[in-house]
Ligand binder design. Structure first.
Ligand SMILES: Cc1cc2nc3c(=O)[nH]c(=O)nc-3n(C[C@H](O)[C@H](O)[C@H](O)COP(=O)(O)OP(=O)(O)OC[C@H]3O[C@@H](n4cnc5c(N)ncnc54)[C@H](O)[C@@H]3O)c2cc1C
Length: 484
C-alpha cells in the first residue's frame, strides 16, 4: 500500500503519452503552462492525504492507502465516502478533483464481475491501492448516430471495439470522448457505455491501460484556454479539468488487464454498476457549488442593499430549498445504501438519481436567480487589470460602493460571473445537464429503481375498504352524479 505526495504524482506524468492541445503536440504535460492549473487542481487529490488524513487515508492492516479506494462495506462507509468527496471538491472550489471517478469504476468492476474477470479486477484494484494510481475513466463512446446500436453504425469505430485477439492480448480501435483527467492521469479504465446485444460482441469490452500505451492519442479540449485574472475569475483562475477525445488506434491490451472480452450480456450491468457510484460522486462533489450559489446570493443581496426586500427573501428561500433538497437526497442515498453484490455496498439508486436529476433540472434556474440578484455588472463590470491600477481603483471604489465597499461587492460580482456566465459557468451549465449522464438517463434510472409495491398497496387498500363498506359504492355514485 502507498500514499503518494503531489510531487510524486506530477513526476509520474512524465512519460511517452501522446497529447495534442490546440493543434500542438505536448511532449511533457507537466512542463506545459496551459496545463499547470489543471495538474495543480488534480494534485489536491494527493494533498488531501496530508491535510485531512482521518478522512482521506485508509488502513486495513496492510499499510495506508487512499480512502478514495476503500471498498464500501456498510452504509456508514458510503456516508464517509460522500464526506470525503465533498471535502475534496470544496478544496477545488466545486470542481471535481481526481480520484473519485476512477474509484467509481474500480468498485463497479469489483461488484459486477465474477470468476476469472473478477480475479483480474481484484489484482488491478490492489495494484491501484499499492501505487496510489491516478485513474481516468473512458466510458462515453463518440456513439455516431444515436439511433443505432454499435454493430449498425456506418463507421464501426464510433464505439470502441476489439479488432484482433491472440493468446495474450486483445487489440482495440475506436474512440471515447469527454474523458476527464485523461491527460493528467496515470492510467485509463475503459468501460462499456451501454447495454449490448449478441450482435455487439466485439464492442463489449472493458480494460485498463497506462496513458502512455502505444496507439493511444488524447486530443485535449481548449476549454479555459489562456490566462485568467484571479480578481475576475476567482474559481477558474485556479481550478480546471482537462478533457479529451481519446483515440485508440490498434491499441494492444494484455489479457491480465482485460475485464470484459466480448461479453455483451455484462456490458449493461457493468455500465450501470459504474453509474450507481458515479452519480453519488456527482451529487457530493456538486454540494460545494450549491453552497457557492446560495452564499453568493446572500452576499450580493446584502452588498447591493436589497436583502430586506420581499421578492429577494422569496428568491433566497427558493435557492436554499433547491440546494438543501439536493443535499438531503445525497444524504438519503447513503442512509439507504445496501449490499450491491460481492459484499460491496452501493448508494441507493433511487435517491442518487433523484438528487442528480433535481440538481441538473434546477441548476439553470438557480443560476438565473443569482444573476437576477446580482445586476448587470456581471457583464459590464471592471476587470482585474482595472482593479490593479491605483488610479482606476480610486474611481471604482467611489462608484461601485453600495451597501458594502466596492471591493467586496466586485469580488462577489466576479464570483457570480465565474459561476454562471464565464467559461467556468458555461462549463458548469453543460456539466449539470450531461456529465455523469443526461437528464433522460437519470429519469430512466428513477423509473427503474422505484419500487411501486407500497404505492400500489395504498391504492388497493383504499379501494378494498371502499368496496367492503356496504352502501358506500351507491352513495358515492349518487354524490358523483349530483356533482355532474
Ligand atoms: C464536463 C464533462 C465531463 C465528462 N467526463 C466524462 C468522463 O470522465 N468519462 C466519460 O466516460 N464520460 C464523461 N462525460 C460524458 C457524459 O457522461 C456524457 O456527456 C453524457 O453521458 C451524455 O452523452 P453525450 O454527451 O454523448 O450526449 P448525447 O448522448 O448525444 O445526448 C444528447 C441528447 O440526445 C439524447 N439521446 C442520446 N441518445 C439517445 C437515443 N438513443 N434516443 C433518444 N435520445 C437520445 C439525450 O437524452 C440528450 O438529450 C463527461 C461529460 C461532460 C460534459
Amino acid at each position: 500500500m502507498a500514499i503518494r505526495d503531489p510531487q510524486a504524482y506530477r513526476e509520474g506524468l512524465r512519460d511517452n503519452r501522446r497529447v495534442f492541445y490546440r493543434g500542438e503536440k505536448i511532449d511533457d504535460v507537466t512542463a506545459f503552462d496551459e496545463f499547470a492549473d489543471a495538474i495543480a487542481h488534480s494534485a489536491l487529490a494527493y494533498e488531501i492525504s496530508r491535510t485531512e488524513p482521518d478522512l482521506a487515508v485508509a488502513d486495513d492492516g496492510d499499510g495506508p492507502y487512499t480512502a478514495f479506494y476503500r471498498v464500501p462495506r456498510t452504509a456508514a462507509d458510503i456516508a464517509d465516502r460522500g464526506r470525503l468527496i465533498e471535502t475534496l471538491s470544496r478544496m477545488g472550489a466545486g470542481t471535481i478533483v481526481l480520484k473519485e471517478v476512477g474509484s467509481d469504476a474500480l468498485f463497479a468492476l469489483l461488484r459486477a464481475l465474477s470468476g476469472d474477470s473478477l480475479a483480474k479486477a481484484e489484482a488491478y484494484y490492489r495494484y491501484c491501492c499499492e501505487n496510489d494510481v491516478a485513474l481516468a475513466v473512458a466510458q462515453t463512446d463518440v456513439k455516431g448516430d444515436r439511433s443505432l446500436p454499435p454493430h449498425r453504425q456506418p463507421d464501426p469505430d464510433h464505439y470502441l471495439r476489439i479488432v484482433d485477439e491472440d493468446a495474450d492480448s486483445i487489440t482495440v480501435s475506436g474512440a471515447k470522448v469527454h474523458t476527464s483527467f485523461s491527460a493528467n492521469a496515470d492510467e485509463i479504465i475503459v468501460l462499456p457505455t451501454r447495454a449490448m446485444s449478441e450482435a455487439d460482441r466485439d464492442w463489449a469490452v472493458s480494460f485498463a491501460i497506462p496513458v502512455d500505451t502505444e496507439g493511444l492519442t488524447l486530443y485535449v479540449s481548449p476549454y479555459l484556454h489562456g490566462d485568467q485574472h484571479p480578481f475576475e475569475h476567482p474559481i477558474s483562475s485556479r481550478h480546471k479539468l482537462l478533457e479529451s477525445l481519446t483515440v485508440f488506434d490498434r491499441v494492444r491490451v494484455p489479457k491480465e488487464r482485460v475485464f470484459l472480452n466480448r461479453e455483451p450480456e455484462l456490458a449493461g450491468p457493468l455500465a450501470l454498476a459504474f453509474v450507481d457510484y458515479h452519480r453519488f460522486t456527482a451529487v457530493n462533489y456538486k454540494l460545494p457549488v450549491l453552497d457557492l450559489l446560495v452564499g453568493a446570493a446572500i452576499g450580493i443581496a446584502e452588498a447591493n442593499g436589497i436583502a430586506g426586500a420581499g421578492h429577494v427573501k422569496t428568491k433566497l428561500t427558493e435557492l436554499i430549498t433547491y440546494a438543501e433538497t439536493v443535499r438531503g437526497f445525497a444524504e438519503l442515498a447513503a442512509v439507504r445504501a445496501r449490499n450491491g453484490g460481492n459484499g460491496i455496498h452501493l448508494p441507493d439508486p433511487l435517491a442518487v438519481n433523484m438528487a442528480k436529476y433535481h440538481f441538473a433540472h434546477g441548476f439553470h434556474q438557480a443560476a438565473a436567480t443569482l444573476l437576477d440578484l446580482a445586476g448587470g455588472l456581471v457583464a459590464t463590470g471592471p476587470g482585474g487589470h482595472d482593479w490593479d491600477d491605483p488610479e482606476v481603483r480610486t474611481v471604482l471604489e467611489k462608484y461601485f460602493a453600495a451597501a458594502r465597499p466596492a471591493q467586496e461587492r466586485l469580488r462577489l460580482i466576479h464570483l457570480i460571473g465565474d459561476l454562471t456566465t464565464g467559461q467556468w459557468g458555461g462549463y458548469q451549465s453543460v456539466l449539470a445537464t450531461h456529465a455523469e449522464g443526461s437528464l433522460e438517463a437519470e429519469k430512466m434510472q428513477i423509473a427503474r429503481a422505484y419500487d411501486s409495491t407500497r404505492a400500489r398497496a395504498a391504492v388497493d387498500e383504499v379501494l378494498r375498504a371502499a368496496a367492503e363498506t356496504r352502501g358506500a359504492g351507491a352513495e358515492l355514485a349518487t354524490t358523483a352524479g349530483a356533482a355532474r
